[in-house]
Ligand binder design. Structure first.
Ligand code: NAD
Length: 487
């Protein structure tokens, strides 16, 4: 190991284990561009070991009571909460997101995920169906067995716990494969499992690349379900790889979310929230709006106010408490996002703000992956910049004349993850919400979440739904029992 680097290992059968082949990947801090850690470059042998131990653990865990599972998961939640500062710092260093965001959103929401499913399983009920005077039917829901959980880099702990919590709460055992770009909070969570007394093998964490560790997990015949969040191309590869295997699949994928702003909306609130919904986590939240579709009569006024508010964001070291906008997650991702700024210019767009690197960064951050929050006008809805997912701090502002046109623009991409509608006309807000092809529609707000509602995307943004009962249903299978009660 290179001196001074933080080396982490896989968590298999309740123990930290180095990868079988002894290979490690470099972990880079996005704010500095420097390598600060090493993570296992795991392969099929490591995945097989994790699945074998998960399979053994399933025999005991599936018979445990809901109360037992709930108690240990609540202990896990409490330990994450007790270590909030440690988790938030690790998340900020790993991802480049402002530490204030990790402290106030990512880590508390991960705690909430664990608590939500730990307690949900104590309150489920089962309906019986009576067939006239002949029979009583009831439905048992049974855990599936070993499940595979694959997550991305943008909200690493939040999205991983969103999968882990329902999976193990409902009696499955799991092999999780976090993003190789942001592994640190998953490593800290493994320590929490140990300290909370989660039985060995119930949750296993295997680090590594998609092809190296993700693909063998997807392909393994003992894995009964894959819950995946990431890009649409990866989701398609997983769907292809599992075709014919009859594994259950939940795929949460990319988006190109529209914000529809009508002239009768409260512009102060719209601007304030739209800056947040555009640039939180450097625009790297799957629910960020990336196409701002504004009624023509207020378009110029909106652009002016939006640009002023955006220019007021403090871009800088994510570890400083007052930073609003940190670094993008990797050099490669920054290059991809910047290529879309170049493409926008080539397509005839106007850069209203941003598009360049911030000046005046601290010395620590001079090698980091920064891009100023960027707004672009003058592009038609069908150009590539308005069709392809950029997943960074780059938004476009598109004018519309009629409600119908606004809906056509909003629905005019392959994606359908989320949308927001801003209007003071109640009837219109519901009419437009119904017409939008999106799994979640916010009216006059953004990112409010109730963990009970089904979450996920339509079209190429998702297959299946997570959240609340949907997640508990996904990770279990029904078995109907019918008793004859006639004479
Ligand atoms: P990605 O698809 O590159 O990677 C996601 C995960 O899949 C990683 O752990 C990766 O190692 C793994 N992986 C890659 N190839 C694989 C393969 N062949 N088999 C199995 N696993 C494989 O996505 P990313 O760049 O980490 O994340 C960004 C994407 O995630 C964006 O498209 C964003 O919209 C999406 N996202 C969606 C949601 C949602 O809820 N819909 C939430 C967050 C992020």
């Amino acid at each position: 190991m290179t001196t001074g680097l933080i080396r982490i290992d896989n968590f298999i059968g309740g123990k930290f284990r180095p990868p079988a082949q002894g290979n490690y990947l470099k972990n880079v801090e996005p704010a500095t561009g420097k390598v600060y850690g090493e993570i296992p470059d795991s392969g099929a042998e490591d995945v097989d070991a994790a699945i074998a131990t998960a399979s053994d653990a399933f025999q005991g865990w599936k018979k445990s009571t809901a109360q037992t599972r709930s108690t240990v998961m609540l202990r896990m939640a409490q330990l994450v909460e007790d270590r909030l500062e440690k988790f938030a710092r690790a998340e900020s260093v790993d991802t480049g997101k402002p530490i204030s965001l990790a402290e106030s959103v990512d880590i508390p929401r991960a705690v909430a995920n664990l608590r939500f499913f730990a307690t949900a399983i104590l309150h489920t009920n089962t309906e019986a169906h009576i067939t006239d005077h002949q029979a009583i039917n009831y439905t048992l829901r049974r855990p599936l067995g070993v499940v595979g959980l694959i997550s991305p880099w943008n909200l690493p702990l939040y999205l991983l716990t969103w999968k882990i919590a329902p999976a193990i709460a409902s009696g499955n055992t799991a092999v999780a494969k976090p993003s190789e770009i942001t592994p640190m909070t998953a490593f800290l969570l493994a320590q929490v499992c140990d300290d909370a007394g989660l039985p060995p093998g119930v949750l296993n964490i295997v680090h590594g690349t998609g092809p190296g560790a993700g693909a063998p997990l997807v392909a393994h015949e003992e894995v009964r379900a894959i819950s995946f969040t990431g890009g649409t191309a990866t989701g398609a590869a997983i769907a292809k790889a599992t075709a014919g295997s009859f594994k259950k699949l939940a795929l949460e994928m990319g988006g190109k979310n529209p914000n529809l702003i009508f002239a009768d909306a409260d512009l102060d609130t719209v601007v304030e929230t739209t800056v947040r919904s555009s640039f939180s986590n450097q625009g790297q939240i799957c629910l960020c709006g990336s196409r701002i579709v504004v009624e023509r009569s207020i378009h110029n006024e909106f652009v002016k106010r939006f640009v002023t508010a955006t220019n007021g964001l403090k871009v800088g070291d994510p570890l400083c408490d007052d930073t609003d906008h940190g670094a993008l997650v990797s050099e490669q991702h920054l290059a991809k996002v910047k290529s879309y700024v170049d493409l926008a210019i080539a397509e005839g767009g106007n850069i209203e703000c941003g598009g360049d690197a911030p000046s005046g960064l601290s010395e620590r951050c001079t090698g980091g992956f920064f891009l100023n929050p960027t707004a672009i006008t003058g592009l038609g809805p069908d150009c590539r910049v308005n069709q392809e997912e950029i997943f960074g701090p780059v938004v476009t502002i598109i004018p519309f004349d009629t409600e119908e046109e606004a809906i056509t623009i909003a629905n005019g991409t392959r994606y359908g993850l989320s949308a927001s509608v801003w209007t003071s006309d109640l009837a219109r807000s519901h009419r437009v919400a119904e017409a939008l092809e999106a799994g979640t529609v916010w009216i006059n707000c953004w990112m409010l979440r109730d963990l009970r509602v089904p979450f996920g995307g339509m079209k190429d943004s998702g297959v299946g739904r997570e959240g609340g009962n949907e997640a508990l249903r996904f990770f279990t299978e029904p078995k109907n029992v019918c008793t004859y009660t006639g004479d």
